[in-house]
Design a protein around this ligand. Structure first.
Ligand SMILES: *[C@@H]1O[C@H](CO)[C@@H](O)[C@H](O)[C@H]1NC(C)=O
Ligand SMILES: *[C@@H]1O[C@H](CO)[C@@H](O)[C@H](O)[C@H]1NC(C)=O
Ligand SMILES: *[C@@H]1O[C@H](CO)[C@@H](O)[C@H](O)[C@H]1NC(C)=O
Ligand SMILES: *[C@@H]1O[C@H](CO)[C@@H](O)[C@H](O)[C@H]1NC(C)=O
Ligand SMILES: *[C@@H]1O[C@H](CO)[C@@H](O)[C@H](O)[C@H]1NC(C)=O
Ligand SMILES: *[C@@H]1O[C@H](CO)[C@@H](O)[C@H](O)[C@H]1NC(C)=O
Length: 923
């Protein structure tokens, strides 16, 4: 039944425990097989009787005692116990020891040597009306009475002295009793004087002032005063008014000193009685209790004291030296003290848990006994017995935690202890709330109570890092700290005193896999993939200089699953930075930063730059040009709308904060035109004009570190029927001019007019055109579309071949180096172009040849010809070279035909023109 206290639960279950306790509280009567006698043990221990009530009988119950005086049953109240020689002491589990002086008020005393004691024990379950009543009867024999016997019990001091001198004589051969000045003169009458039981005349208490009382008053005050056949017994509580404290070598002692006067007829006898009991003298260390008892006490009247016997006991019972050695007790004397030492924690005492200021403490309790037998000057033997319950001070025992956590297992494994057997774990407060032990175990925390052999216990607990009760905190990029804050709530049994203990366990783990970014480009977008790592999506995404908001997530087509995120950012998006401009592409960069918002850690920094196809400069055949200027990152202060062409009046046709779009004619806005080697180049420049750069205005510092200039040269590079565009983006600091190539077409056409009016022309579908021999063919070479009047179209060579291949033989030159072929029998004739009907006469050349046929050995080879021309574009004002060749006057001489051209001529870009087939008509 009591086994519950010793039971070892592997898994702590206070509920179970409480249930058992409750059951025990409910018992009505003792079970059938329970012999109450085993729970009630009586022993005669010298001058006292000890009744032990086992905790099996008392646990969870209220226990009360009655004294029995004949037929009278008297509940043993505290004053009655003091007055009549009873003391009751219980340990917290109900084990109760009642010590009864044999000289108590109620024992049937047979000749001061046999004492019949009757008591009743009442056991009542708490809150129960019924009670079990046990009668206790015990007869103790004790006839070793010393002339003076002093008993210091837990709640009273008792002294008894022999009042029959004859008997004293018999005992000690010296008729002396306690200190008494006038004894001798009344010796003869004492025997007579005290034959009756209550003939005490008066009593004088020394406090130390004298205070006289009649017996009645003394009894009413609460003193126990009785006479037996041979003895006078005086009993006093420690706190009675006529007691006093005397400091004996530093040890406080309670003293009661009374002189009792017996009166019979004419004679008066007086007896001195004194008792002195220590109330201190104990010194504690953590391991040892030392009890100092003064060698010389107020009890002693002379200095010639001799200690005859000295015995130690526990719980009112003597123990022998073997037992003392076994328990580690010692009893020695010094000059001034009898010294008893007892180790703290020995088995004769007990530990108990306490909660002091919400801190866990323990205390050890033991009740040693010291019995002395001494004589003074060879006479007047005194037997002195002191029962001395000792409680150590509260000893703080702050719980120690042991952390068995194996970090790589990711499970907290922690132990808290040690606690005494009387502590039960009830619940644990986690960061998320309170769980009882049962609930915690249901959740898998495996709360275990582990017991040592001495009954002490520890509590072990296992919690996975991933459980929500664990607080995680990422302290830096890769280190996570797991914290398990705990408040253990305990109960101290059997009082159900609650206390709690807060602690916290920490584990540090490098277990973070950081998110990563990767990406690629297609022709329009950056494709970014973010892989989350193992911390989930606990980061913010910054694109360029802005955090990605949900709205832009839609624009960027963000898609996300549990582990990855993809997004597609158009290269013209605001978050993209432009690095460099090429004529037909734009180098753009997307910066992706993943950052952790709580600590502002940068988790991943990613940059991707790609060239995206984009027409930056366009050159149209009619001489129009367009150019797009973008704000590049290196000139971040640029305001695109402030950009102009060379002519500051030429502002962007369109602009926003990142782009400026210009569209202009080749002969406006300060566009220059350059010819070299037959190539024509229009050029303009986009810049901030003459205004100082914005940054210079903005920065008023002493040194201006870097004021980038923005200057984009836009070039259109034309060759005949093939246009090249070149734009230079100039950034002086980066000195990184980037030739760019754009595409356009300057169209030059060779066509055959119907007649010399050059009004109508054959179209492609008309070929082959038929023509009679020697009939004129009117050719025109024209630069189409261009609106630049400063261009002159120049015919370099024109010739006829038999086949369509312009390099085939045979061949007949019509125009050579811009002049008519003088060896031609059938003269080629240039026709001036009049301004009537044509907008730009310099863009057109006209010439006339007569239809002919190739003849070899007087045989007409084939009745067809094909005419070819090479044309150049020249400045109208150019005065030398091919462009303004002065043709020699026609000399009818056959000269050697020029076969090869000068090397530099080959570098000219030429429009290579050919007519369709012209057939020789026979009619
Ligand atoms: C015990 O009983 C006797 C006889 O009835 C009585 O004289 C005495 O006062 C009682 N003692 C106490 C302490 O009540
Ligand atoms: C019980 O034993 C354990 C382990 O040996 C020890 O740590 C603890 O202090 C002991 N408890 C007491 C009250 O002596
Ligand atoms: C936890 O146990 C303590 C101590 O027994 C008690 O005071 C407290 O009420 C309990 N808390 C809960 C939520 O059960
Ligand atoms: C999430 O998307 C990534 C990339 O598309 C893919 O590799 C991964 O398997 C996906 N995960 C799940 C759980 O669908
Ligand atoms: C030249 O051609 C472009 C493209 O067709 C056109 O936008 C522009 O207006 C033209 N310019 C002139 C002066 O005709
Ligand atoms: C010039 O134009 C003609 C006809 O459009 C074309 O056949 C020829 O290849 C062009 N020349 C060059 C150098 O592109």
């Amino acid at each position: 039944m009591v086994a519950v206290l010793a039971h070892i639960f592997n898994v702590v279950s206070p509920q179970k425990y409480l249930q058992v306790v409750t059951q025990q509280r409910n018992f009505k009567a003792l079970p059938q097989n329970f012999n109450p006698r085993t729970g009630l043990i009586t022993e005669c221990l010298g001058s006292v009787m000890r009744l032990t009530v086992d905790k099996s009988l008392a646990f969870g119950s209220q226990i009360e005692f009655d004294a029995i005086n004949g037929s009278q049953v008297l509940p043993l109240t505290t004053p009655l116990a003091v007055k009549c020689g009873f003391s009751v002491e219980s340990d917290p589990w109900g084990k109760t020891r009642v010590l009864v002086s044999l000289l108590n008020c109620f024992a049937k005393n047979e000749d001061d040597s046999e004492f019949d004691l009757n008591m009743r024990v009442r056991v009542r379950g708490i809150n129960k009306a019924e009670q079990d009543v046990f009668e206790v009867e015990k007869t103790c024999t004790y006839n070793q009475w010393a002339p003076r016997e002093i008993l210091c019990d837990r709640n009273y001091m008792e002294v008894s002295v022999n009042r029959l001198p004859g008997e004293i004589t018999a005992l000690k051969r010296q008729p002396r009793m306690a200190k008494e000045q006038t004894f001798d003169q009344w010796t003869d009458t004492v025997s007579e004087a005290i034959t009756s039981r209550y003939n005490i005349w008066r009593m004088v208490f020394f406090t130390p002032k004298q205070k006289a009382m009649v017996l009645e008053d003394a009894l009413n005050t609460g003193y126990g005063i009785t006479t037996t056949r041979s003895r006078l017994v005086l009993r006093s509580g420690y706190d009675m008014p006529e007691t006093y404290v005397e400091n004996v070598n530093g040890v406080p002692m309670k003293v009661i000193r009374v002189t009792t006067y017996f009166k019979k007829q004419w004679s008066v006898t007086m007896l001195d009685t004194v008792a002195a009991c220590p109330t201190g003298g104990v010194v504690f260390t953590d391991e040892l209790i030392t009890w100092n008892f003064p060698l010389v006490t107020p009890l002693m009247s002379s200095t010639e004291n001799k200690i005859i016997g000295m015995v130690m006991g526990i719980d009112g019972k003597q123990i022998d030296s073997a037992q003392m050695a076994d328990r580690g007790y010692s009893l020695t004397t010094t000059d001034t003290f009898i010294v008893m030492t007892l180790p703290v924690g020995g088995q004769d005492g007990y530990y108990k848990s306490h909660c002091v200021n919400d801190q866990y403490h323990i205390r050890y309790t033991i009740e040693p006994m010291l019995e002395l037998f001494w004589s003074e000057g060879g006479f007047d033997a005194t037997r002195y017995k002191v029962l001395f319950p000792i409680k150590t001070p509260f000893m703080p025992r702050p719980p120690q935690s042991v952390d068995y956590t194996a970090v790589d297992q990711k499970v907290f494994d922690v132990l808290l202890g040690t606690f005494l057997y009387d502590v039960e774990l009830v619940n644990i407060t986690f960061s998320t709330g309170v769980l009882t032990v049962v609930e915690a175990n249901a959740r898998g925390f495996n709360v275990q109570e582990q017991r040592f052999q001495n009954g002490s216990k520890t509590f072990r607990l296992q919690v996975s890092f991933s459980d929500p009760v664990v607080v995680t905190n990422q302290v830096d990029l890769v280190v996570t700290v797991y914290t398990l804050p705990l408040i253990y709530s305990f109960l101290i049994l059997p009082e159900y005193t609650p206390f709690s203990y807060s602690t916290s366990f920490k584990a540090t783990l490098q277990d973070v896999i950081l998110p990563t970014v990767s990406g690629a480009c297609d022709k329009e977008k950056f494709h970014i993939m973010i892989s989350f790592g193992n911390m989930g999506k606990n980061f913010n995404i910054m694109l360029g200089t802005r955090d990605l908001t949900p709205e832009r997530s839609v624009d960027y087509d963000v898609k996300e699953n549990g582990t990855h995120m993809i997004l597609a950012v158009p290269f013209l998006a605001v978050d993209v930075a432009f690095e460099l401009m090429y004529p037909s592409s734009l180098r753009a960069r997307l910066d992706v930063l993943l950052w952790e918002p709580t600590n502002k850690w940068s988790l991943s920094d990613f940059s991707l730059a790609c060239n995206f196809p984009m027409t930056m400069t366009e050159c149209f055949s009619n001489g129009s040009m367009s150019a797009l200027a973008v704000k590049v990152q290196s000139v971040s202060q640029l305001v695109p709308r402030q950009l102009t062409l060379r002519d500051p009046k030429c502002k962007p046709k369109f602009s926003n904060d990142r782009f400026a779009y210009f569209s202009f004619d080749a002969n406006s806005c300060g566009t220059t035109r350059t010819f070299y080697d037959g190539v024509m180049m229009y050029q303009n420049e986009i810049s901030l004009g003459d205004e100082p750069p914005i940054s210079q205005q903005a920065i008023k510092g002493v040194s201006i570190p870097f004021v980038p200039e923005y200057r984009v040269t836009v070039s259109c590079f034309y060759t005949v029927n093939d246009t090249q565009t070149i734009a230079f983006f100039t950034n002086p600091r980066e000195s990184d001019p980037l030739p760019e190539t754009g595409f356009g077409e300057l169209q030059v056409l060779l066509r055959l007019a119907l007649d010399g009016s050059y009004k109508d022309f054959y179209v492609e579908q008309d070929f082959p055109v038929g023509r009679l021999l020697r009939k004129p063919l009117f050719f025109e070479v024209a630069l189409l579309q261009s609106t630049d009047p400063r261009i002159e179209l120049v015919l370099e060579d024109c010739w006829a071949t038999l086949k369509e291949d312009r390099n085939s033989a045979p061949r007949w030159d019509l125009i050579v180096d811009g002049c008519v072929n003088l060896v031609d029998h059938y003269e080629t004739v240039f026709h001036p172009v009049s301004p009537d009907g044509v907008q730009f006469p310099s863009h057109i050349k006209r010439f006339e040849v007569k239809m002919f046929a190739f003849v070899q050995d007087n045989i007409v080879l084939k009745n067809q010809i094909v005419v070819h021309c090479d044309a150049l574009l020249c400045d109208v004002n150019q005065t030398d070279g091919l462009c303004k060749k002065l043709c020699p006057s026609p000399i009818p001489l056959k000269t050697a035909r020029k076969v090869r051209r000068d090397a530099d001529h080959d570098q000219f870009q030429r429009a290579q023109l050919s007519s369709g087939k012209i057939l020789l008509s026979s009619s």
